[in-house]
Design a binder for this molecule. Structure first.
Ligand SMILES: Cc1ncc(COP(=O)(O)O)c(C=O)c1O
Ligand SMILES: [Zn+2]
Length: 394
């Protein structure tokens, strides 16, 4: 079978919904809907080796993806990114097994391509006529590209001060660029209103079920790349949280299939000191996060003051024995230099933030030298070269 999807499920109360119509949040609780698969049947019919022989994109995982047939897939070759072993960095930090999942190699230069490819493909299959996309920047660029691929109109909404690469890529791919005087939360409110008024489908983070399915493939790939094992910890730059939530879901599905064994990795959420709602909620032992006032950081992807799926991010961290911590903007830029100088990885500031977080957790003894640790570099530093000093300036 191409896909084993069989229903959607409310993440709050478990109520089931059909997956063959356009869906947003759950009607029962207005919470995140998860795609659920017939894993019992899949266990009987499929062997994990089928994935290994397929084309190296995230669509190799079709059985655990929501799209019903191949002709609906809109792909630019997203996923299949390398898990780079970083020997020099590991040696410098006294670690044995340190990896960087290099998501900067995706189409449009970030991991956002995975979620958007999944969501746009599924919506395309269900007959959508166009999209709205509120975004810190990178998700808008990806939505514009996949919208072009689908030949459907896209209206993107991003903060006025979003990176210029994101504005330009959105316009180049033919989407309508709307700059908002405010943050992503303000952009979100406008996008939803425009979507309702103009019968467009809104792609806001976790307010539709399928972006998380694309992001979950990072977890499936990591397990496969480690020889069907999970790492001990994944350090993740957390904004809206789709990556953490998606990867955790992916590991749980693999465990339920019996394709991997053991405990899921400790999920470690790194945020910016100028916008750390999840860190605060985690430290206070809360199940949900209060919106962060006056959110400010150079890491645009981390400037998400009130993540809609706060409860799922906090669950993933707590259930896996992980933690959450905040780092400074200047530390992220220093870490961009360090990743490039030690390993040749040109990381985005969000990705570099994970290295800062890792160092702190090693110092504190939360992470141990013999653990297998994966840092998520969520995007390419080539979109952020304005954060790097001009060479002429020394
Ligand atoms: C480069 C980058 N890293 C991390 C994030 C945060 O991702 P998530 O929503 O999965 O927490 C974003 C979101 O905009 C981003 O663009
Ligand atoms: Zn519910």
């Amino acid at each position: 079978m191409f896909s084993y999807i069989d229903r959607l499920e409310c993440t709050q109360c478990g109520q089931a919904y059909p997956h063959d119509r356009l869906s947003k949040t759950s009607e029962c609780c207005n919470k995140v809907l998860f795609a659920r698969y017939d894993l019992d049947r899949m266990r009987r019919e499929v062997d994990r080796t089928v994935w290994q022989d397929r084309v190296s994109s995230m669509w190799r995982f079709t059985e655990l993806m929501p799209v019903g047939d191949e002709s609906s897939i809109l792909t630019l070759g997203e996923g299949g990114t390398p898990l780079l072993e970083t020997r020099q960095l590991a040696a410098n930090l006294g670690l044995r097994h340190l990896y960087v999942k290099e998501e900067g190699l995706n189409p449009t230069g970030t991991f956002k391509a995975r979620g958007i490819s999944a969501a746009v493909s599924k919506a395309f299959e269900l007959g959508v006529t166009g999209f709205t996309m509120p975004s810190a920047g990178n998700a808008a660029g990806a939505a514009a590209a996949y919208g072009a691929r689908a030949n459907l109109p896209v209206k993107v909404f991003m903060p006025q001060d979003a990176p210029s690469a994101n504005k330009k890529e959105s316009v180049m791919s033919g989407s309508e660029l709307n700059l908002v005087d405010g943050l992503i939360s303000d952009a979100g409110r406008i996008a939803v209103a425009v979507a309702e008024e103009q019968d467009l489908f809104d792609l806001s983070t976790l307010k539709e079920p399928y972006r998380a399915e694309g992001k979950k493939t990072m977890g499936l790939e990591i397990a496969m790349q480690l020889g069907w094992k999970m790492p001990d910890a994944i350090v993740y730059p957390t904004g809206g949280g789709t990556g953490i939530i998606g990867m955790y879901k992916g590991f749980q599905e693999l465990l339920e299939l019996g394709w991997i064994e053991g405990n899921p990795p400790k999920f470690i959420a790194v945020q910016a000191s100028g916008c750390q709602p999840i860190v605060k909620a985690f430290n206070e032992g809360k199940d949900t996060a209060e919106p962060w006032a006056n959110a400010a950081t150079i890491a645009d992807g981390l400037r998400v003051p009130g993540p809609f799926a706060d409860y799922l991010i906090l669950q993933a961290i707590r259930e896996t024995g992980g933690t959450a911590l905040a780092v400074e903007d200047n530390e992220m830029v220093d870490a961009m230099y360090e990743l490039a100088a030690t390993e040749g990885i040109i990381a985005c500031p969000e990705g570099a933030a994970t290295l800062v977080g890792l160092k702190r957790l090693l110092q504190q003894g939360f992470l141990q030298p013999d653990e297998t640790i994966v840092l998520l570099n969520t995007g390419s530093g080539y979109k952020y070269l304005d954060l790097i000093k001009d060479t002429a300036e020394g």
